[in-house]
Design a protein around this ligand. Structure first.
Ligand code: 8OZ
Length: 379
């Protein structure tokens, strides 16, 4: 056979003796209403490079270049974007509550779409994990007035986090509306949907867990009550943009940001069942400790995968082989990579080719400027 490159001869060559299959990880699918080119997700990554002086605005040329470079991902989940000024917990993280922020995000979503990928906004409220130096002077808020054993990093250096103000029942409802507005803003900014940040010890997680929620109103006490805030946020986003464009990130076992729960299986098991009833697009699980060991006891991810019929996105320390196997075996529908996407803008191509991966430099994770942000070379 000498017409080596005709599709016909290629078809015969592959379908007869050497049948080569592309792992499902690299094949298209749907995540809710969103069609994606592959099952590799870029995890949300705080990079602290928004325009803070002008109001926490994203969308500089550098920000656009960063996301465009990573558009090989089937789906990009944006860095956490705060739903209000007091929901901000780190320097120079972008917001999604002002018109200028919405305009800024448009530059990013347009660039990602032009490059053939999809992008959703991770909508975020840090709750007690902040300091007035980061919020324009506003006092941190939380389910209960319990100080976390965590420090904040501000322009004045490392500072102690104060005892937070416990939100009143009325104030909780106002925060739900801020998430709803953030979902509306995300669609106006050109995002394909939202991921509610329900993980890593921030506000939603602080409500879920009994270590940080000692409330005696309808938002505290029983498992149903502790999940009420998360589910009201989900319902508000679903009402605003539709269930097929809403997902949530959960980390049932993480100790990150000083969160604890006496029975993660019970509370997160209930939450997963309730999320299934609502038909949301996906649950994004950080399996184990965020950025740490995966094999912690106390939550059955396989049971959650069975209970939830939407897309299951797995995350935390996946290698190429783990990701391919997890999708092939049906343990997960998609895999999110965080750290590897920092230092390998063309991560999907490298995984396809089984090419070596570059290591990220942690000293540039949250530092301003282009170094360690847009200067990692592709293959
Ligand atoms: C690391 C540094 C700053 C923020 C998270 C949003 O843990 C974060 C975060 C992580 O989800």
């Amino acid at each position: 056979m000498y017409i080596l490159h005709s599709p016909y001869s290629f078809f015969h060559a592959t379908s007869s003796t050497h049948h080569m299959t592309t792992p499902q990880l690299f094949q298209p699918t749907r995540i809710g209403d969103i069609e994606v080119a592959n099952r590799i997700v870029m995890a949300p990554l705080t990079r602290c490079r928004a325009d803070e002086a002008n109001g926490d605005i994203p969308g500089s040329e550098m920000n656009v270049a960063y996301y465009r470079q990573r558009s090989g991902a089937g789906l990009i989940i944006s860095e956490g974007t705060q739903v209000s000024p007091v929901g901000k917990g780190y320097m120079a993280t972008p917001g999604i509550y002002s018109e200028a922020q919405v305009e800024g995000w448009k530059h990013i979503t347009q660039a990602v779409h032009a490059a053939g990928s999809k992008i959703i906004a991770q909508i975020w409220h840090v709750g007690r994990i902040t300091h007035p130096d980061l919020t324009g002077g506003a006092h941190p808020v939380a389910p209960s007035a319990i100080q976390p054993n965590v420090v904040a990093y501000t322009h004045n250096g490392k500072v102690e986090i104060p005892v937070p103000h416990a939100l009143s029942t009325t104030e909780v409802k106002e925060v739900v509306q801020q998430f709803r507005q953030a979902a509306a803003n995300a669609l106006r900014a050109g995002f394909d949907g939202v991921e509610i940040h329900g993980a890593n010890g921030y506000l939603v997680d602080q409500f879920i867990r009994d270590g940080s929620n000692h409330r005696t109103d309808v938002y505290g006490g029983s498992i149903e009550n502790r999940c009420r805030f998360a589910l009201e946020v989900v319902d508000a986003c679903v009402a605003e943009i539709g269930a097929g464009r809403v997902g949530i990130r959960l980390s049932p076992l993480t100790p990150f940001n000083d969160v604890t729960d006496s029975n993660p299986q019970a509370v997160f098991g209930y939450l997963v069942n309730e999320l299934q009833k609502r038909g949301i697009a996906f649950i994004h699980f950080i399996e184990g400790a965020t950025g740490g060991p995966r094999d912690l006891p106390g939550f059955d991810y396989a049971a959650a995968r069975q209970a939830f019929k939407g897309t299951y996105i797995g995350n935390n320390g996946y290698t190429r082989d783990m990701a391919i196997d997890a999708v092939e075996s049906g343990k997960v529908d998609a895999v999110a990579f965080g750290r590897w996407f920092i230092s390998n803008p063309d991560l999907v191509e490298r995984l396809k080719q089984n090419a070596p991966l570059s290591e990220a430099n942690p000293s540039t994770f949250y530092a301003p400027g282009p170094v360690g942000y847009i200067d990692y070379p592709p293959l």
